[in-house]
Design a protein around this ligand. Sequence first.
Ligand code: MG
Length: 268
Amino acid sequence: MKKVIVIFALFACVAIVFAQQQQQQGQQQQVQPQRPPSWNPASTEWYYPAPPKVQPGRTIGQPPSDAIILFDGTNLDKWESSRAVTERGQRPESAPWKIVDGEMRIVPGSGGIQTKEYFGDCQLHIEFKSPPAENYHGQNRGNSGIFLQNTYEVQVLDGDNNPTYVNGMVGSIYKQSAPLVDPYTKNGEWQVYDIYWKAPVFNGAGELVSPALITVVLNGVLIQNNYILKGHTPYTGLPVYTPHGRLPLSLQDHGTEVAFRNIWIRHL
Ligand code: MG
């Protein structure tokens, strides 16, 4: 009789465990996400809004139809002196650089220039040419800079047999990121930058929500691949973010006669 009771108890236990497992499986099935009723190719296709039609330049590097032409070789109307704004805080003065043979050339000592228009996310095309090397070396040879939003420098420097710290060479995000490779050609030859800029975003309290991102192509070669900036690009000290909105694009006067041409930009 005892054996019968023990066997019965064992059966009862197995039955209870089995029932619990069934119940758990049922609960698990209940929390499974519901499958969509049915998918077809059109379920993941949309037609609006259609991207605006843009006419590309006839040759690579020429501005597409929706670009803002910042310099076409004829005038500096889109630019003003950075010095007038930063030092006196008064009405901006005209850009103090000169035009020679369709090139915009730095007048050393006159100060940087900046666009009258303000920019956030953008695509920028700009070409530069280093002046004769003369007796300059390192950071003093053909130094200028492209400052996105007046704050973040993509270095312009003569890269022709001109050793310097690599996070300050041509193609660097100054003091933050050396270029992946060095596609600079020769002193005196035009160098072509294409820059894709995602501006930093700040909230209403001035806190950083998302950092700036930059992709840089020099002479058709990718040299900065979605680099995440740590902040501004100071000569001394570490980068930090200070909240801002749209700001001008500016070009640096670092004391040598760097030339620029074919500058255009697109808001993104
Ligand atoms: Mg510089």
